[in-house]
Design a protein around this ligand. Sequence first.
Ligand code: MEV
Length: 302
Amino acid sequence: MKSSFLAHGKVILIGEHSVVYGYDAIALPIKALNIRTTVEASTIMWMDTKQYHGPLADAPSSYDGLKYVVATLCQKAEANEQLKIIYTGEIPIERGLGSSATVALGTAEALNEYFQLKLTHAEIMAITNHAEMINHGKASGLDAATVSSDNLVYFNTKDGAQKLDNKLGATLLIMDTGQLGNTKEAVTMVRNEYDQSAKVKNDIARLGELTKLVKTAWLKKDAPATGSYFDEAQVILASLGLSTDRINQLQKIAQANGALGFKLSGGGLGGVVIALCTNQKVAEKIAHESQALIDNYWIEQI
Ligand SMILES: C[C@@](O)(CCO)CC(=O)[O-]
């Protein structure tokens, strides 16, 4: 008996960090980035990923979220069977692309099917979100909501995920700086500032407003306005200490080559950046000019 589940990655368009404080955020599922989780019987509890291959019990602490998912599902199934859990495909880790939520969701779904537990979507999401809390300290649930959605997600912690399925009529360039971000560290850093500074509280509130403005512009298919809100968000995220020299250099290249807007995406301190472009040609030109500073890039029509 074998079961498997394919889960995809995501990129945050706007509202990272402020979403942790209850404000709105918008995130896009990225189907081109995905990981398949396969569960099969084994002689020992075994975990097989690009980063780690060995007994689950010996996996490093970065696997604590996954250990929780496996333990919870096995407990619900009252299973004492040993398993091998294999991950194929790749989403670069610590880049803001949702790799941890993808593997947590994939593991919960694959084990749900393997044990025929018939857990509801809400139960699977609760387990995935808890794993994200273990991974990231304080997680808003945005990543888990987006990696389990087929549509653009409009999200806040109170109402959860809502569909925003209109097209903006533009091209999104996603570039991987190759620098490892650290979501837990970034969220903690902003939280410490938030608790002490009225300016940071205002910055976070403005990020929340920018999300609402992007939604309005999106519904009007106003890509230039959306781009200008991305630029403003980048100024705020940089002032919170979340940008890097490389991100700033990429911003200059994007601006010099016609991007409508540019920002980091996800926790920051590295990871991916996004450039909003009028069309594919502009996106390809920016990616080409940026090649010395990036590991990889993806283009999405939005
Ligand atoms: C930085 C953050 O807003 C996004 C991480 O992808 C954290 C969260 O929403 O849990």
